[in-house]
Design a protein around this ligand. Structure first.
Ligand SMILES: O=C(CO)[C@H](O)[C@H](O)COP(=O)(O)O
Length: 275
């Protein structure tokens, strides 16, 4: 491999399910991975690499969905930086949470909302789990409702993760599938959610925050019930319909068939999957 590539990240691009072909990266927005000799990259460094790669999809004049979480934060920072440098112009951002709204404001990114911009060009966001079909679990950061509204309105939805987020099936990490519910009689709704998936060993837990165990409250003033499964829940569309049919449920964190591109940063480089 020629010397200059030794310090560059390797980018492999493939349509979903196809075999990767490793090729040296062109200049990905000037982002160079830390020297390979420096040893193992941290998870946050991998998140940043995926995020910077995704920002290469952004063009001047776009209306952009701005994701939430520690990975998306790097993408929003990078968009702000490119705007400041004049390398991007006339961007309009639609934030997916109050936190991202604050971050984007502090970076001087012009903002709007879905009422004014019901169709977005592109959204960039992280995920908690990604299955081989690019279905996602999102919402462990609590922003799943706004994320689903914004990302469902995008022509292109680029998901950015480090390789730890890849799973064989949704729920496969053993971590939560979040469901946003109304606070009214939350325990009633939590029990009904758990009963729906009893045969999959489901346990439903109200998400709390802080030391006093108060319910976590979303940007929409709702609660979140986290579902933990012992087994694969099978057909995601069936599971989705069953969850959404329960009165009291606002939205769930399965993003089925929404992602158009997945960018994964791992120790061996970047992998890009297109749908
Ligand atoms: O869905 C989300 C927030 O609701 C996040 O995108 C998801 O939790 C990933 O977060 P991170 O990038 O911090 O790992």
């Amino acid at each position: 491999m020629p010397a200059p590539y030794c310090r560059r990240f390797i980018v492999s691009e493939k349509s979903a399910m196809e075999t990767a072909i490793a090729v040296p990266s062109s200049t990905p927005s000037g982002l160079l991975a830390p020297p390979l000799s420096s040893g193992i990259l941290t998870q946050d460094e991998l998140k940043k690499i995926a995020a910077y790669k995704a920002v290469e999809y952004v063009e001047s004049g776009m209306v952009l969905g701005l994701g939430t979480g520690s990975t998306a934060k790097h993408a929003v920072d990078r968009i702000g930086e490119l705007l400041r440098q004049g390398k991007l112009k006339n961007i309009i951002g639609i934030p997916t949470s109050k936190k991202t709204h604050e971050q984007a404001l502090s970076l001087g990114i012009p903002l709007s909302d879905l009422d004014s911009h019901p169709v977005l060009d592109l959204a960039i966001d992280g995920a908690d789990e990604v299955d081989p079909h690019l279905n996602l679990v999102k919402g462990r950061g609590g922003s799943l409702l706004r994320e689903k509204m914004v990302e469902g309105a995008c022509k292109k939805f680029v998901v950015i993760v480090d390789e730890s987020k890849l799973v064989k099936y949704l729920g496969g990490s053993g971590l939560a599938l979040p469901v946003e519910i109304v606070p009214f009689c939350w325990n009633f709704t939590a029990v009904r959610l758990q009963n729906l998936f009893q045969t999959h060993g489901c346990v439903a837990k109200l998400r709390t925050s802080g030391e006093n165990g108060q319910p976590f409250v979303t940007d929409n003033r709702n609660y979140i019930v986290d579902l933990y499964f012992k087994e694969d829940i099978g057909d995601l569309n069936v599971a989705s319909d069953e969850i959404l049919r329960l009165a009291g449920v606002v939205e769930h964190g399965m993003f089925i068939g929404m992602a158009t591109t997945l960018i994964v940063a791992g120790e061996l480089g970047i992998t890009i999957k297109n749908k």
